[in-house]
Design a protein around this ligand. Sequence first.
Ligand code: ADP
Ligand code: GN1
Ligand code: MG
Length: 384
Amino acid sequence: MPKKPEGETARGDGGEELAKKYKMKFKHDLRAVARQFQIPGEFLEAMPYGSGHINDTYCVIFDQGGTRVRYLFQRINHGIFKNPVALMENVQRVTAHLAEKCGGATDQSRRSLTLIAARDGRSFYCDAQGNHWRVYIFIEKARTFDAVESPSQAFQAAKAFGQFQKLLADLPAPRLQDTIPDFHHTPKRFAALEKAIADDVSNRVRLAQPEIEFALRHKAICRVLLEANLPERVTHNDTKFNNVMLDDATGEGICVIDLDTVMPGLALYDFGDMVRTATSPAKEDERELSKVTLQFPMFEALARGYLSSAGEFLTPAEKKFLPFSGQLITFEIGIRFLTDFLAGDTYFKVHRDGHNLDRCRTQFKLVESIEQQETAMNKLVETI
Ligand code: ADP
Ligand code: GN1
Ligand code: MG
């Protein structure tokens, strides 16, 4: 696939134009995949979509009686999600539960993801190569952002993720399956980093000395939440800012997306990932590190937004650790990027040399910024 110019992504309405402009070639035959789903009308075109690091996402357009209707197609990355069938069982249960809860709303299909059934009635289609595909209704008149632009956006995103946790609190048994075991087990993430340093398979340890030293100095924070005796809940586990769609007209956090990691977890993992991705004005892979900083008004908006929907069920201990969770999750994702850099870029999609190291650097810079402001962050949360 030709490289996209930096800073541009095939996402949002601009994505379609970009895809055409750079004549992106697809790895997959979307027309053939589309035939396997219960979608009326005629297939028109497909284009790569979004800036996620894991799955292959496409926007596919159908002609339905003269109207162009978009659908969101995804190939599940089965190198990462080892059991796509179990994953889709989770997604089906979660989307059905959310739909039932929002059933009264006239715009319900914009407020939670809706799966389109495959021809055989299942929630996914498995092709001859073993790829698992799913299709969602495309959420129109809303978009995601790779970096936060205002406190109001931060408030809306956090409120939506808090509401998501609240709606799933009474998800009927059984327990959701762990789509990636120990996903947020920070000590195990740290152990994986130590192994990558010891193995040094790509001879890159020499390129990341300051980052490795930073990680080693912070090892002690890894266990804090695991030892705090916090309740297990149904959580999203990947609440980065571009995993919530904001309504174009009102700015409301209208729909939480990217449900692959919805499973049992700590509420704080979700809040921490919001702090990681919605307080700094810089993108996750920004190379100019002076731009990476926790902006206090964004943190305040996140805390107020999250507590406006999740405040009623959080325990005092959970509330107390809200600021720390930002530091921990930012550190955790930082060590995951560093581990992947050292391992030769096998996990996250990369688009340039050193991409994972750049991402690690922004995370560690943000950890420092959080550390500097943690006293003020704690004081603020006590007053909400
Ligand atoms: P990944 O797991 O790779 O991050 P996502 O599920 O987050 O994949 O999807 C990638 C991007 O596609 C999102 O950031 C969002 O912009 C867009 N997207 C995902 N689902 C929908 C949807 N149902 N309607 C419209 N856009 C969507
Ligand atoms: C991945 O799928 P996406 O791009 O929303 C990753 C998250 C990381 C994030 C870092 C399944 O999220 O855990 O925090 O990248 N998802 C998975 O940007 O590993
Ligand atoms: Mg995503």
